[in-house]
Design a protein. Structure first.
Length: 358
């Protein structure tokens, strides 16, 4: 009887601890935890169907890892006449392949294909089931094995897309990796970020990646010196954030200052775009903490911004790009920097453009 009471007390303490952590997560993470869980389908700001592209759902399975790799392909009809650029997109934690369809629709209407991969170990399923286990599922989703598995998801998806019927219509020199938040970390690893673990250098970069779009990129967990990690990324990159882009978690916080640190540490030609309004999840299909006006404005500007970046790459793989007219969006501050070894004395390393909000 005494043992039974002891077990019951232990169980009550565990339940109480789980509830306490869950409440803490819900109370202190409005900018991140639920921000990345886009619960809707293809009803974002730019979702109306178009006759010049198709949306194709792909069911993938990596037998070597016994892991599903589902994906959503936005495929422009212009691919029939030649080769199209491709964006490989990684979603944020707790989201899915349908969390950023406003970008997929917009890019496809302008002749750019995009493959939005679902990471089954850190997707929307983590919000399902027993609420008391959310904290445990969250910890698993952010652990290093899942972080590495996400990179493998992108590589596997790209491998198979290029070797199947779509591959012959994709321009191999115009493949861009992109991601939001956790997905931006995933994208940076595929673009060439290097992390040391137990004295071993993890090199996960894929030489097929020609550029990167990094939206709300947080620092890598447990790392304080970004330069050794990101300095080896040599491809052109576009960084997008907001002044209110704040991640709040018990024991972890990250704001726009971290986005700037990532930008400063990364190699290659780069542009940083900072909107003067909008929360961490303003870039997703669904809005939680932003007004309709703010959400629509930032998403529409992000669509034009990313398209301008993708078009500026042209066919010059690894070539230089410049700050474009399309970057002068309402409420946006832009900084551009050439690769450190290419900056000439007659040029300023940074150019700032400030545009007043509407």
């Amino acid at each position: 009887m005494h043992r039974l009471r002891s077990l019951l007390r232990t169980r009550r303490r565990r339940i109480s601890a789980a509830l306490t952590l869950l409440i803490a997560l819900l109370a202190f993470t409005p900018g991140w935890l639920f921000a990345l869980a886009s619960l809707g389908g293809e009803d974002g700001i730019d979702a109306p169907a178009s006759s010049n592209y198709r949306v194709i759902l792909l069911d993938g399975f990596d037998a070597n890892r016994s892991r599903e790799v589902p994906a959503r392909l936005f495929w422009p009809n212009s691919a029939r006449q030649g080769h199209v650029p491709l964006v490989l997109f990684s979603h944020g934690i707790g989201s899915s392949d349908d969390g950023y369809t406003h970008l997929g629709h917009y890019w496809a209407r302008h002749g750019i294909a995009s493959l939005h991969v679902r990471h089954v170990g850190s997707d929307r399923e983590m919000w399902q089931g027993n609420l008391l286990q959310v904290a445990q599922r969250f910890a698993s989703a952010t652990a290093e094995p899942e972080a590495l598995a996400r990179v493998a998801d992108l590589r596997w998806a790209l491998d198979h897309l290029l070797t199947e019927r779509f591959g012959e219509h994709i321009d191999p020199d115009r493949i861009t990796v992109a991601g939001h938040s956790y997905g931006a970390n995933t994208a940076m690893l595929l673009a060439g970020a290097r992390v040391m673990r137990e004295g071993r250098l993890l090199q996960l970069g894929d030489t097929r990646i020609a550029a990167a779009i990094l939206i709300s990129a947080p620092p890598f967990y447990g790392e304080s010196n970004f330069a050794p990690i990101l300095g080896g990324i040599a491809v052109p990159s576009l960084h997008v954030t907001t002044t209110d882009d704040i991640i709040r978690l018990p024991g972890f916080g990250s704001g726009v200052a971290d986005r700037e640190k990532v930008f400063n540490a990364i190699g290659g030609d780069k542009t940083l775009a900072i909107f003067n309004r909008g929360s961490h999840n303003v870039f997703t299909d669904r809005r939680y903490f932003d007004t309709a006006d703010v959400a629509d404005s930032v998403k529409a500007s992000t669509q034009r911004l990313t398209l301008a970046f993708l078009k500026s790459l042209n066919d010059t793989r690894g070539g230089r790009f410049t700050t474009l007219e399309a970057l002068t969006e309402p409420g946006l501050v832009v900084r551009s920097a050439e690769a450190a070894d290419a900056v000439e004395s007659k040029h300023s390393a940074f150019a700032a453009v400030s545009v007043s909000a509407r």
